[in-house]
Design a protein around this ligand. Structure first.
Ligand SMILES: [Zn+2]
Length: 276
């Protein structure tokens, strides 16, 4: 049996067990296996296991551009030099960068403006703690899509339920090495009781590549998470059922709340020919 055939039957079994798309509300048939976080966030072969989710074609392929862009930034901003010495890690980043240069040149960081950050809070440090990069608009779009997909995937993974159009959620991202973010990290650490660490069984030295903390209040159907990519980006979010009111004061009242089930597949009419 060839690798392709073996993989095809694995996908078939997966879709038989998980027939509905998690990203547009479970109303459309899943026909693909989507990787969340996107594979582009990891060197080849380092995608954590058990982060595969059923998706319709529109939800999966509609996010290809954003997956690539978010993946490049997640790897570059990880800023763990011990992880960047392997030739295959550098090769993957270079491949991503070339792909984005060819397909979406407006999404690349302007490296002439990138600068190391030499402070940790108010303390000046000898070695840089992070790299500050000016973010193009295409990155902001990529972060929005990455947040949408991660919120849908983790909500389903931990609650066993598909996020629907009756849910609301918000997500955002920050770099924990940057000054002024310590309070946010402390808040998440105090709020989120559970931790999941992404792993690959076949790789001994997997490194600290992907982990998330989460909490869920079942009665209110209130879910929140903070996911960290290496030592770099933290992507966090809240998911609420319609029975929970959006806070009327404080930072969450200003957050960009969105309706759930917002994958690209939700834009395709359920009654259109060929979408049954
Ligand atoms: Zn879908």
């Amino acid at each position: 049996m060839t690798e392709t055939v073996r993989n095809a039957s694995r996908v078939q079994r997966f879709l038989a067990d998980n027939p509905y798309c998690y990203f547009c509300g479970g109303r459309r048939q899943a026909t693909t296996m989507d990787h969340v976080p996107p594979r582009a966030c990891f060197p080849d072969g380092f995608m954590p296991e058990e982060f595969e989710f059923p998706a319709c074609k529109d939800c999966n392929e509609g996010a290809t551009k954003e997956d690539q862009i978010f993946g490049l930034y997640a790897q570059v901003l990880d800023f763990d030099e011990s992880k960047m010495t392997r030739p295959e890690d550098r090769a993957k980043i270079e491949k991503l960068r070339r792909g984005i240069l060819n397909n979406f040149p407006d999404a690349l960081p302007d490296t002439s403006l990138a600068r190391p950050v030499y402070h940790d809070g108010l303390i000046q440090t000898l070695s840089p703690q992070a790299i500050s990069i000016q973010t193009p608009p295409a990155l902001k779009e990529a972060v929005v899509v990455a947040g949408q997909k991660l919120a849908h995937a983790l909500y389903m993974r931990e609650t066993g339920k598909i996020m629907t159009a009756e849910h609301r959620f918000c997500t955002s991202v920050y770099q924990p090495q940057l000054k002024g973010t310590e309070a946010l990290t402390q808040l998440f650490t105090s709020l989120l009781p559970e931790t999941e660490v992404g792993m690959r069984r076949n790789i001994k030295n997997y490194g600290d590549r992907f982990r998330y903390m989460w909490g869920y209040k079942e009665v209110e159907d209130f879910f929140h998470f903070a996911a960290q990519f290496g030592q770099g980006l933290i992507l966090w979010g809240f998911v609420m059922s319609k029975s929970v009111a959006i806070p009327s004061s404080g930072p969450l009242s200003q957050a960009p709340w969105q309706f759930g089930a917002c994958g690209k597949g939700s834009l395709v009419s359920l009654n259109a020919p060929g979408t049954s």
